[in-house]
Write a protein of this length. Structure first.
Lengths: 250, 232, 637
């Protein structure tokens, strides 16, 4: 049978974007090892609602690690202790009875806090809108097989394309840089012939937008790769820089 | 327009930091190798120093370049640091590295601190040696010597005097260890900033960067310690 | 009064209908498109592709999503792939064959003309997505790779690892982003549509609630496109994302849009089983696992031995026993129903007894662990991450879970609902899958609707209407906003003892037990009573703390559960009225002596479309005329 665990949670509570936030301590006496981390928060919220208190707000949706909605810093690590795992897929079997877990929101100027653990990540959408696409109107495409792409390039492009836009890279980066997110899209499209004609505009506009959003610069700590639920390599950032330099050469 | 865009972009900043960083790494490597000539005797060391001084305009050009590199490196380092402060106004209550592919280390986190200390040290170092007794603007006959019939500055004497002092020797050693720390992250980071990294090479280059840093640091440290303990 | 609905299918032979339609519709002058505002609700495959395509054409588009970004719509979670009749492998696929397979897979309860059009545009979808940079799997020659999926006899499924939905959605999202950047789409994220505004009988606007500030917003448009996905979360536990809901569709239903075939739901056989009461959602694993895994349960009831300790002679490989020719590869509905039968007999496994084994031991012995790892490595990892068990060593435990709803708002050939100007796309409409959807067809339908159908049909609507200016001060807007606000205030003021989740869980249990994998008249009547009583209790006893003016997810969920309670009742009514078994709808009273689904084509070859009236639901029908295919009985023996 599943073992019951008593877990103490220290959760960041903040009523609104401009409110003063602080930690609240809660105890969840009947957690168990099969629960996911977010289910633990569900149980906590049910407790709070029953006490007539406001539940802890956190973003979540698919709960299978692909939508990128969820994301909190757990004991100092974005998405928690299990690598290549979004926190919705983290399970309580990694904890033991009596553990205390500290939960904080993503902290970055580019991700203002909305409430409790919920942050505003629209900066990412604006970075993509600045150039993270191939300009092709519906109906203007040629036959799909008329653009052969070497398998290795297609596979590598897919590796970069798996980004779920959760923002863990920003959250974990000591500089709060959005380089891995931005670079993953640039690197994906740089590998494909479809993306080639507008590559210069893409990299300059996306990098400019990234800077405008108030993210820090990349200092090559590579912490982003370590917390990325999809394990996207910082080689994407190297590719972005090469693309940018090429663009500057004209 | 393009150049100013480049220089102010997040990528340009790292590019400059990387290029100047690699240039400075090459400089300290050469400096370190030069220092080792002390092991061949004071004359060899003085001849080497004299050779450099006699280059005249070429030396001035190189020195000007170095000043430019140091300034550019430092200014960009500050800009990145200020940007980082702005990008995360509120720090985490608990923060740690996830490990694994992360290259985060005490070195990578302390680049601004080691950098500032190295910068302050550099000024002090120039005052002590380059502009010290017998140097430009500080003529001192007692620091002259003649090697193979050529009169030249007796820099070796100054070096021996300085490294006879324990606070100086051990202070210098400590600072060279900070240089090791700075280079441990710096070399690999510069290569990644220049877009030269392939994913399969990351770990290797990080290791090589660390070893290079360590080699340079040790190279700088052996000579003062050898003098202090009377080995040379 | 019950009527017969006209789907407005164009004239001509099946293969020419879509072309005939396109040849004869009225077009909107390019210069005038900018003057027309289109409201697109939802940003999944259907909504994202529609918003992008319409903005490219020059319409003024406003797009809405409940998530913080349009990229997070639940289409992103689709794993397997997308079908198209490209016939790149030269294995005999044609548009006709894709059409036929889809009609047959839907158990002859879908509309021929729509399905044929879907098969026709399937190829354009692949072209479009590749041009956008979607990194589909490729062969060493650099050309696209295909695989066979869900027991299809041809390889027509295009895929991007196990993340095809993600890549297709990001393609549509990027196309949208380009239009957002260009100023042609105005994006409203973290907005929930709470009502449809109907002016002079036409859909002319929506009321949204800003989920961050709680403010209501009024948006005027010349047409509303509802692309809000399915209602699988009525079961509480499903593979749907937690925010997936029926609210927008249900409010449209209450404003006059008929709800078609609500009882058609798809239960996917290979999901990770429930582990406890705290369970919040279910995770699907690709059904490709059944290619090499063998499904079994112990022969004896209540056999608590570890699976590795149960000898061969005490195991029942029930799919292989009952369906010798298809074995473990029977269609989804058959596999799911049989798992339920085994657990109902008390032969289920695991702590809860609600699971069956999917065993790879024989395949590992035959093919080697490396081969199995190459085929399913990522799925095995996912399974281990969630359950903590290593499927290379012990058999997987699987159980069916709800993951798609074929029912939805009724639409005609033009995807227009019974409210003029309200178009419904993707899973939100009742559409093209009949009573059962084939694997890799949902992505195809969402993108077909958004990229290649709505740009034509919407134009035809707008060109044929006089659409006088409407102001957000119009009475209809005020009335709709007050109604939405009254509901929110009511939810906050009940101050009862039960949480929203408790109600939702209870509703889910009723619907799963009685309107799930197999249904009976008695059970359905009971479900109607139970759900209706639960609805009553909900409005007396729900507890929703917090403010309406800040981010309050529990309040959002409360509103959605309130709508699910009404939908649940209609699902049971629909299932009760359909006195036959077809596809995902299995009525125990209607089965062959071997226990297989028994259709009643004479009386039920129609779509049931329900109208909401003040006095209750009224049933209307759309007769399904099969002029091109012969109705047969599916057999997998």
């Amino acid at each position: 049978m599943a073992h019951s665990m008593n877990i103490t949670l220290k959760v960041w509570r903040q009523a609104g974007p401009d409110a003063q936030g602080g930690f609240e301590t809660y105890s969840v006496p009947d957690a168990n090892e099969h629960m996911s981390f977010l289910e633990l928060l569900d149980v906590l919220n049910e407790q709070l609602i029953k006490e007539g208190k406001e539940p802890v707000e956190f973003d979540h949706d698919c709960r299978e690690g692909i939508c990128g909605s969820c994301g909190v810093v757990i004991d100092g690590v974005a998405h928690g202790p299990q690598q290549r795992t979004a926190c919705c897929q983290l399970h309580m079997r990694h904890y033991k009875d009596g553990d205390t877990i500290v939960i904080e929101p993503w902290r970055a100027e580019g991700f203002p806090i909305i409430k409790d653990l919920v942050v505003d990540r629209q900066a990412f959408d604006r970075i993509i809108a600045a150039g993270g696409y191939v300009s092709v109107n519906t109906g203007a495409a040629q036959d799909a097989n008329s653009i052969p792409i070497p398998k290795d390039d297609a596979d590598l492009a897919m590796d970069y394309a798996t980004c779920i836009g959760c923002g863990a890279c920003v959250a974990a980066c000591p500089n709060a840089s959005a380089s891995l997110f931005t670079a993953a899209k640039i690197a994906q499209l740089s590998l494909l012939p479809q993306g080639a004609p507008e590559r210069t505009m893409r990299v300059t506009n996306m990098v400019d937008q990234m800077a405008k959003e108030g993210f820090g610069d990349c200092s090559n700590h590579a912490e982003c790769e370590a917390v990325c639920p999809k394990g996207i390599s910082i080689s994407a950032i190297a590719t972005m820089r090469r693309e940018y330099m090429k663009a500057m050469r004209g | 327009m393009r150049l100013s865009t480049l220089l102010n972009s997040p990528i340009g900043k790292k590019l400059i930091t990387g290029i100047t960083g690699l240039g400075l790494t090459f400089f300290v490597l050469m400096h370190m190798v030069g220092n080792l000539s002390m092991f061949s005797g004071d004359d060899a060391y003085n001849e080497y120093a004299h050779f450099l001084a006699s280059l005249g305009p070429l030396l001035y050009a190189v020195e000007a370049g170095l000043v430019l590199f140091f300034l550019a490196h430092a200014v960009n380092g500050f800009k990145i640091w200020i940007g980082k402060r702005k990008a995360r106004p509120q720090a985490y209550a608990v923060y740690k590295s996830a490990g694994g592919p992360s290259m985060q280390s005490s070195s990578s986190r302390s680049m601004i601190i080691t950098g500032i200390i190295l910068l302050v040290f550099l000024v002090f170092h120039l005052i002590s040696f380059k502009f010290g007794p017998g140097g430009p603007g500080n003529a001192d006959a007692s620091y002259l010597t003649t090697v193979n019939g050529v009169e030249m500055r007796d820099l070796a004497r100054l070096v021996r005097e300085k490294f006879a002092l324990s606070w100086y020797t051990f202070g210098y050693t400590a600072i060279m260890l900070l240089l090791v720390a700075h280079l441990r992250h710096g070399v690999w980071s510069a290569l990644q900033s220049l877009g030269a990294m392939r994913p399969s090479l990351s770990a290797l280059i990080h290791t090589i960067g660390g070893l290079l840093g360590l080699g340079i640091g040790l190279g700088f440290i052996v000579m003062p310690l050898a003098i202090y303990f009377g080995l040379i | 009064m019950s009527t017969v609905l006209d789907p407005k299918i164009p004239a001509g032979p099946l293969k020419e209908k879509w072309d005939n339609y396109k040849n004869t519709i009225k077009l909107v002058n390019p210069a005038n498109k900018r003057k027309h505002t289109v409201l697109v609700v939802g940003t999944g495959l259907a909504g994202g592709s529609a918003a992008a395509s319409l903005a490219e054409l020059g319409y003024n588009v406003k797009s809405f999503c409940i998530q913080d970004s349009p990229r997070r719509a639940h289409s992103i979670a689709a794993q397997g792939g997308i079908n198209a009749a490209k016939n790149y492998p030269n294995d005999g696929d044609t548009i006709w064959r894709l059409f036929y397979d889809t009609i047959k897979g839907g158990d002859y309860r879908s509309r021929e003309a729509n399905v044929y059009r879907l098969a026709q545009v399937s190829n354009n979808i692949i072209d479009q997505c590749v041009a956008q940079g979607v990194p589909f799997a490729r062969e060493y020659g650099g050309l696209l790779d295909n695989r066979s999926f869900g027991g299809a006899q041809v390889s027509r499924t295009f895929y991007a690892k196990g993340q095809t939905g993600q890549q297709l959605l990001l393609g549509a999202y990027q196309a949208m982003s380009r239009q957002i950047g260009a100023g042609n789409i105005e994006m409203f994220s973290r907005r929930e549509m709470l009502d449809l505004v109907v002016v002079d009988g036409k859909a002319r606007g929506i009321i949204t609630r800003n989920l961050v500030t709680g403010e209501y917003e009024r948006h005027v448009g010349d047409a509303v496109l509802l692309c809000t996905g399915g209602y699988g979360n009525v079961y509480y536990l499903s593979t749907n994302a937690k925010n997936s809901n029926v609210t927008a569709a249900w409010r449209c239903h209450k404003r006059g849009a008929y709800f078609a075939n609500p009882c058609y739901t798809q239960i996917h056989p290979t999901c990770i089983p429930v582990s406890g009461d705290y369970q919040s959602k279910l995770t699907l694993m690709s059904e490709s696992l059944r290619n090499d895994g063998r499904v079994w349960v112990p022969k004896k009831q209540g056999d608590t031995r570890r699976p590795q300790d149960i000898p061969e002679e005490d195991r029942d490989y029930y799919l292989e026993r009952k369906y010798p020719s298809f074995g473990n590869l029977v269609p989804r509905d058959v596999a799911s129903r049989n798992a339920k039968m085994a657990t109902d007999e008390g032969r289920g496994v695991g702590e809860t007894g609600l699971a069956v084994y999917l065993d790879f031991k024989d395949s590992i012995n035959r093919l080697g662990r490396d081969t199995i790892e190459a085929r399913y490595g990522n799925l095995f990892e996912m399974y281990e991450r969630i359950t903590g068990e290593n499927p290379y060593e012990v058999p997987m435990r699987i159980f069916p879970a709800v993951h798609y709803t074929m029912g939805g708002l009724w639409v005609d050939y033009e995807l227009q609902s019974t409210v003029p100007g309200l178009f419904v796309l993707g899973e939100a409409n009742f559409s093209d899958h009949g009573a059962n959807r084939l694997g890799a067809s949902a992505l195809m339908q969402g993108l077909a609707d958004g990229y290649f159908v709505i740009p034509y049909t919407l134009g035809n609507y707008i060109a044929n209407q006089s659409l006088p200016d409407v102001s957000t001060d119009a009475d209809a807007f005020g009335e709709a906003e007050s109604a939405a606000d009254a509901r929110i205030q009511k939810l906050l003021s009940v101050n009862g003892n039960k949480t929203v989740m408790e109600f939702h869980r209870e509703l889910g249990r009723i619907i799963w037990d009685q309107v799930g994998m197999s249904r009976t008249a008695g059970g359905l009547r009971q479900a109607i009573d139970q759900v209706s009583a639960l609805k009553e209790e909900f409005w007396q006893n729900v507890c929703v703390p917090g403010e309406p003016t800040t981010y309050n997810k529990n309040l959002e969920f409360a509103g959605r559960v309130a709508d699910f309670l009404e939908l649940g009742e209609l699902m049971a009514r629909d299932a009760l009225s359909r006195e036959e078994s077809c596809g995902g709808h299995f009525r125990e009273e209607y089965q062959t002596p071997e226990g297989e689904a028994l259709r009643n084509d004479d009386e039920f070859t129609h779509v049931s479309a329900w109208e909401h009236t003040a006095s209750g639901h009224v049933l209307h029908k759309e007769n399904l005329d099969f002029e091109n295919v012969q109705l047969t009985t599916r057999s997998y023996k």
